[in-house]
Design a protein around this ligand. Sequence first.
Ligand SMILES: [Mg+2]
Length: 236
Amino acid sequence: LTIRRRPIRYHAGVTPHGLVLFDIDGTLVRRAGPHHRQALVEGIRKITGLETSTDGIPVQGMLDPDILRIMLRRAGASLPLCRTAMPEIFRAAERYYLRVCPPLHEKHCPAVAETLERLRRRGMLLALVTGNLTRIGWRKLERAGIREHFVFGAFGEMARTRGGLVRLALGEARRRGVRGPRALIGDAPADILAARQNGIRSIAVRTGISGLEELVAERPDFLLPDLRHLRLRMLA
Ligand SMILES: [Mg+2]
């Protein structure tokens, strides 16, 4: 089986046939190493001097700012400190991640590159909805070699909830003239919930760490072992 690697470009003036929103961790990339967690720890250390950890925080499906807030509160930071320090912590965490993020070409979830190319050939606009801070998310995809597929993203610091991020992404897609079906693909119950809150289709993949039962409990429109099982009719 050979997969053609012809680069695909989005053409100005061509209206996409639909929108597919992707989560990053556990959906596109997995086992990306400790660098992301380290970046959150370093961001807090750099700006507040506090020693923190992500140990015991169920980070999967969470927004980075929420993770940072829990880390800070556990280390005894006051709510006002959390609020005022947060923007600088974001920047410090991102700077750290940009320095340390390793190549992630080997860390794709199954069939990621083929799936993204196939969807784009079918005229789908691809975008991101992720709890990652903006520059962390983009760098992860860049290091995985799949950044070029995504036109825009809604990232962790842009809204209070994942549902809010999906709403932002849908607004951006509307501004870009996207018509047709809209779906979100993710590996966590939080992704399914965020899709449902926004009335779009939810496709869950079991490539992250969520258990089958907790995904089933959120009743996604489709529940797939991995992206190899994605069919275009699921998006229509
Ligand atoms: Mg995820």
